[in-house]
Ligand binder design. Structure first.
Ligand SMILES: Nc1ncnc2c1ncn2[C@@H]1O[C@H](COP(=O)(O)OP(=O)(O)O)[C@@H](O)[C@H]1O
Ligand SMILES: [Mg+2]
Length: 307
């Protein structure tokens, strides 16, 4: 079976001359069916532009893509796709159930099936009690949830969510996260644009990091996190010579010499690090080895790529 999403050399250039912006630059990506893919990147990296090309809202300057084995734009594939845009604007005079009905009609769903599916979706996004309220009276969290509701009304095989939680408070974020997890359990492929690392860490099986239109990292969380080991250290009276020795074994050091995170290339160096500090006569307050966090990988990748 073909992959859910296949992207080859996808490129979008906005403007021309001095104002030319390469928003997406030769993107290659393949996402398997049933995967939850986290597309990470700072603001302006090109995440929204990528999804807009896949949704045919804008057209690529060059390159191509296939969804569920068909060229983008092919009707048979589009029927199986759901999309929540980044800055959506809904018909807010509609009641939630009317709004979902409108979207279900766009997919040509018969009346009886619409009624059943709308009930199911309202239940899934936790808006059953507010089904008859007008969308204009909804809070931000409710809006985001009804937005996801319209994106899944057709039971999509592939779901695109562009920053679905950026406007939400922690509780709203948790709701959306749980929703993504239950869709994943049902086998839905999810393409999640986000700059929120913890959300991606908790829901995604695969991660791509985009910067200035280029894919700079790609892999599953384990393979991205593994190579470096971190130690959080709090220490008093660390002599300069000892710090120099630490610099030699470290891949990277963050913080000042009293309170720092030391990143090592392999686990064997953890005891070497401890030895250097103990032999220096400094007072050790904390020494906590841990694996690298996605945030550190993100920042490091962006820095290495020359942002
Ligand atoms: N319609 C447009 N016209 C010109 N430049 C644009 C347009 N849309 C986006 N851009 C530029 O393309 C780059 C990528 O933007 P975008 O895809 O929105 O990034 P992200 O979603 O990762 O924040 C940015 O530099 C942005 O300013
Ligand atoms: Mg965006």
């Amino acid at each position: 079976m073909s992959a859910a999403i296949e992207i080859e050399g996808l490129t979008k250039v906005y403007g021309f001359g001095d104002e030319e912006v390469k928003a997406v630059d030769g993107l290659d990506l393949s996402i398997g069916r049933g995967e939850v893919f986290g597309f990470l990147g700072p603001n302006g990296a090109g995440k929204t532009t990528t999804v807009q090309m896949l949704m045919q809202i804008i057209f690529p300057t060059s390159g191509q893509a296939r969804l569920l084995g068909s060229p983008i734009g092919d009707i048979s594939a589009r029927e199986k796709i759901g999309y929540l845009p980044e800055m959506f604007q809904f018909h807010d005079f509609l009641r939630a159930e009317e709004f979902l009905d409108f979207h279900a009609r766009l997919y040509g769903m018969p009346a009886a099936e619409r009624k059943r599916r709308i009930g199911e979706v309202l239940e899934l996004v936790g808006l059953k009690e507010s089904a008859r309220s007008r969308i204009r009276t909804y809070s931000k969290g409710m809006l985001q949830r009804i937005g996801i509701g319209q994106a899944i009304i057709n039971k999509p095989e592939v779901l695109f969510l562009d920053e679905p939680t950026s406007a939400l408070d922690p509780l709203g974020r948790r709701d959306v996260r749980d929703l993504i997890l239950s869709l994943r359990d049902e086998g839905t492929t999810v393409f999640l644009n986000s700059h929120l690392l913890s959300e991606v860490e908790m829901t995604c099986s695969q991660i791509g990091i985009l910067n200035k239109g280029k894919l700079i990292r790609l892999g599953d969380i384990e393979s991205l996190v593994q190579p470096t080991h971190c130690v959080d250290i709090r220490v008093e009276g660390l002599p300069a010579e000892a710090l120099d020795k630490i610099r030699k074994v470290a891949a990277n050091i963050e913080g000042n010499n009293g309170d720092m995170t030391v990143m090592l290339k392999d686990e064997a160096q953890v005891s070497l690090l401890a030895k250097i500090i103990m032999e220096s006569g400094a007072v050790l307050r904390e020494f906590t080895p841990r694996s690298q966090q996605l945030e550190e990988i993100f920042v490091q990748s962006i820095e290495e790529s020359g942002a």
